[in-house]
Design a protein around this ligand. Structure first.
Ligand code: GDP
Ligand code: MG
Ligand code: ZN
Length: 355
């Protein structure tokens, strides 16, 4: 397969700097798919398999230290069969998912995504609390979010569903779409411009792959027949980037059952600006919003101005952030402890040799 990518000047410059600083002649490439330890990368003129260098594997502590789909990497492509990735160039955005609940695992889903289409079906799947979560996670990633409401052809109460979105004000563009009757495709295409990477995310079965197919104009993605419960099945097993002839990138992401928050609480501010505003109006600056007189949050819930489930979702997401922060501290301490032990071991060995 021969591709003809043109990377943007930002990454071309970074790659030249890398080669100068490290006295190497590595090639700039983009990771377009990943399966376990295997990568598929595209240079400006070819697509090939790649693995990471032993050094890179050895040095990696966190999953984020390894290449992910969307990364721009420096690779040795002299071997025609398999390239070797030596470095990841600085990411513009990172889409990290933290598995919710008690797990400490985080997963880098994609790098360098400019715009995320957060897809939600106008059918049974429609859930404003889930949308809040996706928006918050995507805000953390640094990418711009567009709310894409899918399957408009089969929806019946679009008006009431749209009214639920008014809590976000006009912070996020909303596109009503249908891959079946092609509603809204023109609006989506406005975001798909050369050089930009657009990721599709949202629950499994909402129609992401079908939309991507439509936009690509050919049946590259596999889609799955709808089950009665509208959930669909997990069809996209790994993340993959598709390049449009004009030079834009479309990325499919697998259906994610859990979409936890990581350590940066900035993601919440935009999604819940009304709540943050209310909190600033509470009479006491250390208000716990549970029993206090003059609590603006409690009175807004009472008056119906603030939906209680929205408040609870806000609390839940905040809690996840503190949990993620704690576990990061824990990992850092563990790393410190490992270093300490290896230092002591070395010192002991030295002493042994001496006596
Ligand atoms: N009614 C309707 N069904 C759709 C539309 N787009 C996709 N579907 C169906 O929804 C199911 C899941 O689609 P798929 O693209 O695999 O969803 P994904 O898991 O988000 O990638 C399939 O049965 C599709 O045929 C649409 O615009 N309207
Ligand atoms: Mg899919
Ligand atoms: Zn309060």
């Amino acid at each position: 397969m021969t591709e003809n990518y043109t990377f943007d000047t930002h990454y071309k410059n970074l790659s030249e700097d890398y080669n100068t600083q490290n006295n190497t002649t590595l090639t700039l490439a983009r990771v377009i798919s990943q399966y376990k330890g295997m990568y598929l990368i595209s240079t400006e003129n070819k697509t090939m398999n790649a693995v990471i260098s032993g050094r890179m594997r050895f040095d990696a502590i966190y999953p984020q230290d390894l290449p992910s789909v969307g990364d721009f990497v420096m690779a040795d492509t002299t071997d025609d069969v398999t390239a070797v990735i030596h470095a990841v160039l600085e990411r513009r955005t990172v889409f990290i998912r933290k598995a919710a609940g008690t797990s400490k695992d985080s997963q880098l889903i994609a790098a360098n995504v400019d715009t995320v289409f957060i897809c939600m079906s106008l059918g049974e799947d429609f859930n404003i609390r889930r949308l809040e979560r996706y928006l918050a996670v995507m805000n953390q990633s640094g990418s711009d979010s567009v709310i894409v409401l899918t399957k408009a052809d089969s929806a019946n109460d679009v008006v009431s569903r749209l009214s639920e979105l008014t809590v976000f004000g006009d912070k996020y563009p909303v596109v009503i779409s249908s891959a079946y009757d092609e509603t809204g495709l023109d609006k989506l295409k406005k975001y798909i411009i050369p050089g930009k990477t657009i990721a599709f995310t949202g629950s499994s079965g909402v129609g992401k792959s079908t939309l991507i197919n439509k936009l690509l104009g050919e049946d590259i993605q596999r889609t799955n027949a709808l089950r009665d419960d509208e959930k669909g099945r997990h069809t996209t097993t790994n993340r993959e980037i598709f390049t449009l002839p004009g030079g834009a990138y479309l990325m499919d992401t697998p259906g994610m059952r859990e979409m936890g928050m990581w350590t940066d609480s900035s993601g919440l501010q935009d999604v819940f600006s009304d709540i943050e505003e209310l909190i600033s109006l509470c009479r006491f600056s250390d208000c716990s919003h549970t029993v206090e007189k003059g609590c603006a949050v409690l009175s807004a819930i009472k008056s119906g101005e603030l939906d209680k489930t929205r408040w609870e979702n806000y609390l839940r997401l905040n809690k996840e952030i503190s949990y993620a922060r704690d576990s990061e501290d824990y990992l850092a301490k563990k790393e410190q402890w490992k270093k300490e032990i290896s230092r002591k071991n070395k010192a002991m060995k030295k002493n042994k040799n001496r006596f």
